[in-house]
Design a binder for this molecule. Sequence first.
Ligand SMILES: [Cu+2]
Length: 333
Amino acid sequence: MKHLITVAILVVLGTLGVHAGLGTLGLLPEQASLQAIAVDKLLDVHLWLISFLFSLIVMTLAYSLAVFRRRKGETGEGAHMEGNTTLEIFWTMIPLLAVVFLAFIGAASLGEIRRIDPSALQVNVLAGQWYWQYQYPEYGIVSTELYLPVDRQVNLQMTSNDVIHSFWVPEFRVKQDLVPGQTTELRVTPNMVGEFRVLCAELCGTSHAYMESAVFVVTEEDFAAWVESQQSTAEVDPLLLGQQLVQRYGCTACHSIDGSQRTGPTWAGVFESVIPLADGTTIIADREYLIQSIINPNLHIVEGYNPNVMPSFASVLDQTQVEAIASYLETLK
Ligand SMILES: [Cu+2]
């Protein structure tokens, strides 16, 4: 009995110590969504269990090694023991109950994480090698940066343009794959204003590690202001309009203006250059070519690129907008 009490005390102390030690490691980034609270609670239950089991085994083992060691002059054999039915029932029932309990709290947390808020903001996410693009159907906006209002659930409807990617903002905790040909769903309720980063959590090719972009969680007023700034197609200078449009419609996810390589050819110096095409011919990139490339991308395929990667913008952009983009592209040296 004395041994049992000592071991029990050691196990309790060990559990507290291991759990506190794990807590000081700072394993988790900031908690920035309602779903993160549920996930972290679940993780904490597991950490308590892990700390307890670790202490139960290690303390019992260490205590037995120290206290029941063979002392000088002892030569006899240890006591002979056979089955102990009570003990066996215990060590079957306890893990069984533990597993049922974990399944129960796991299902409860999953329910909480997946809870649907009918007033959620819908954002369609398109991922590809190697970019993120967000469409806000409610507002007619396309952006390469994700802006979210704080304290409102966002319903991400996600798909991929090529291979499997995975949407993951560590501060939100939840994660979901984007699969070509399928639409997957992820619901997040950001509850903290701040700037975060979305990472791709599925190895998707050579630039996988750089497939990240900014996620801004902003106040409701700031979100409304951002929506307005994205929508404003006021009478502006066509060059400025063109520049805004390529940002807003996510072109810059695939095209750079500094000569660097992305999913599509760079726009640097494209105007009036000689473009080698996939069918072996060449074409001069005049204004007509630029316009056709936007509204009918499969008409001419640039050598080294695949058809159907660039979506057609014929039904998205009106003629003024296409002209404005073409004028802007003509200025890029
Ligand atoms: Cu990826």
